[in-house]
Design a protein around this ligand. Structure first.
Ligand SMILES: NC(=O)c1ccc[n+]([C@@H]2O[C@H](COP(=O)([O-])OP(=O)(O)OC[C@H]3O[C@@H](n4cnc5c(N)ncnc54)[C@H](O)[C@@H]3O)[C@@H](O)[C@H]2O)c1
Length: 250
């Protein structure tokens, strides 16, 4: 029970990594709020956690909308009394090159991936201050560290923003006992990249570019998030946890 007595708010928790993290955190004793725009999937995860004896609340939430954030924070505090852990996980990816990036695509990717993290921090930090501390985990990517040929650079820009925003958060709120760290996964087997992993040529490319020769299972990323959420990482803030099978080592 590594999160006994803690309350965790996880965005993008209806599927993929966020759902794996919600289930793992609940197993470790946390009370969970998952938010997403996918209501059917989110409600299923809520029910699954309850079936296994956990406490979970699903709330509809667009992370790029400040009114939604106010609502989510109010409902979480009404329901569970506090927020100890904020996992800013929701995100979207766009494939192609910079030539494919319209102004609208730029704005929507930055709104969800970067502004979403800003708003989450803005609305949750006051609650964490009241509690005497908390742990913020922001999901960046290896795309926040290196350039890549197949993804629109706006995705890299958004994840780079998350990486440095996390460090600023750590520096500004450390005195309140609030820690902030970023997670940098390489390829993870979720719906986000399903179209890439299905193809034989792409599988070959994964073998050539990933030292561990495979992409991650969401639970492998969830275990990293669990460490950052728990008091086991109590002296870690402003850091980057890279979980990429060795991609950025070469
Ligand atoms: N899958 C990968 O290879 C990979 C690698 C590195 C980083 N990431 C990052 O990990 C995070 C989780 O992605 P995933 O792999 O689980 O993919 P996913 O697509 O399965 O999950 C993303 C979730 O975010 C939700 N979401 C999208 N827009 C939203 C919005 N405006 N408001 C609220 N929720 C919204 C989606 O509905 C979905 O449930 C993302 O931030 C992603 O950028 C993914």
């Amino acid at each position: 029970m590594r999160l006994e007595g803690k309350v965790a708010l996880i965005t993008g928790g209806a599927r993929g990594q966020g759902a794996a993290e919600a289930k793992l955190f609940a197993k470790e004793g946390a009370k969970i709020v998952i938010t997403d725009i996918l209501d059917e999937e989110g409600s299923k995860i809520e029910a699954e956690i309850a079936e296994h004896g956990g406490e979970c609340l699903y709330i509809h939430h667009d992370v790029s909308n400040s009114r939604d954030w106010e609502d989510v924070v109010n409902k979480t505090v009404e329901h569970f009394g506090k927020i100890d852990i904020l996992l800013n996980n929701a995100g979207i990816a766009v494939w192609g090159t910079n030539d494919d990036t319209s102004e609208e695509i730029w704005d929507s990717v930055m709104d969800i991936n970067a502004k979403g993290v800003f708003l989450g921090t803005k609305y949750v930090v006051p609650e964490m201050k009241k509690n005497g501390g908390g742990s913020i985990i922001n999901v960046s990517s290896i795309s926040g560290i290196i350039g890549q040929p197949t993804i629109q650079p706006v995705y890299n820009a958004s994840k780079g923003a998350v990486r440095i925003f996390t460090k600023s958060t750590a520096v500004q709120y450390g005195k309140y006992g609030i820690r902030a760290n970023s997670i940098h996964p390489g390829g993870v087997d979720t719906d986000m990249i399903a179209h890439i992993t299905g193809d034989e040529l792409r599988q070959q490319r994964i073998k050539e570019t990933v030292p561990l020769q495979r992409i991650a299972n969401p639970i492998e990323i969830a275990y990293g998030a669990l460490f950052l959420a728990s008091d086991e990482s109590s002296y870690m803030t402003g850091s980057e946890m890279v979980m990429d099978g060795g991609v950025t080592a070469s």
